[in-house]
Design a protein around this ligand. Sequence first.
Ligand code: GLY
Ligand code: MN
Ligand code: MN
Length: 441
Amino acid sequence: MASRPRLKQADFARRRARLLAQMEPNSIAIVHAGFPPVRNRDVEHLHRPDSDFLYLTGFPEAHAIAVLLPGRPQGQYVLFCAEKDPEKEIWNGLRVGPEQACAEYGADDAFPLSDIDDIMPGLIEGRSRVYHALGKDAKFDRRVLDWVNLIRARVRNGSQPPGEFVSLEHLLHEMRLFKDSGEIRLMRHAAQISARAHVNAMQACAPGGNEYELEAELLYEFGRSGARFPAYPPIVGSGANGCILHYTENCARLKRGDLVLIDAGCEFDCYASDITRTFPVSGRFSRTQRALYEIVLEAQAAAIEQVRPGRHWNEPHEAAVAVLADGLRALGLLKGSLNRILRDESYRPFYMHRTGHWLGMDVHDVGEYKLGGEWRELEPGMVLTVEPGLYVAPGQKGVASRYQGIGIRIEDDVLVTADGCDVLSRDAPKTVADVHAVMAA
Ligand code: GLY
Ligand code: MN
Ligand code: MN
């Protein structure tokens, strides 16, 4: 197997330097890794630190807190993390510890979390602006306010509390929106793993099986490829379940004659993939299924065609909608002129979601979609999904029964390049001929 792509400490250092250069001179940024979820009374479930925190630090532990201080003479990057503790480490695993955090993760200073209430007010004091993701986590907001209030309580002694709280997201998320070559390598790798998982699920699919068996195939391929977490809960919807956009029960029998819609992607080294394929349980599309499927496939091709620098965010969506609406009209599922269907949005009972979203460390990744009230232009380095679909709910009025209960979506991960785009998830088969061939193999 090819070697695992990885980010290096220099990548994180470069990101911190870029953010520090954009921060106000007399400011401080505080970024939290997050708290692990506790479930089943007292079990800490697996936790993957917050994406903003990971983007800046690469530091793998929950609870840790990164602080950036532009112009601080003793060093601009301070990290708080759990102290080494041989007894606790016997139970819960090794910790990096503050000392190694400097050596291995590039912190200029690192302190035990247990000392944070003594140290943090001193770091904030005298800085006029605090960058903090207010509203993301109420428990952490409270802690930040407690530190600030400690400073406020000492104003008569000359302490200077900050006057301004500003969201860090504005600066940081614009950085995260543009992927560099190291990030693209990870995202391509994630997409390749997910594509293999989709192929395996297609080949494991047989009438009489169950949706959860296909889910297990996906998770097995992710896990054995070193991608332990899915980027979101897999959707394995057969038959009419394919019409439920975020179906995750994944426990129905697979019936000959039905389609299965699988929307599943792994996360590799904290970068997401997000792929949907729809295929026949029996391995062969029926005429009716194929008629709808070919419309979605054509809509996706039309949308991908619009992914290039200079096109705005909504152009792929507009292209997909035009093809979907025209196809529905040709099949007699929609009446009237194409212009009227588009104007009235009468296609919405069959296509009620948008054609994509930014993709990166988070599946629905950060980044603005509009700038100054207008759809923003696509630029090289952005990654988005292109995921048109058609959903004919059971019992949909005025629709021939043969179409009812068919849900189809085709989703790929697409990188904007200098002169067009690159489909990172291209290895997942999607033409009718390729799906037939893979399932027959
Ligand atoms: N899997 C979630 C989405 O496609 O947006
Ligand atoms: Mn998806
Ligand atoms: Mn998606």
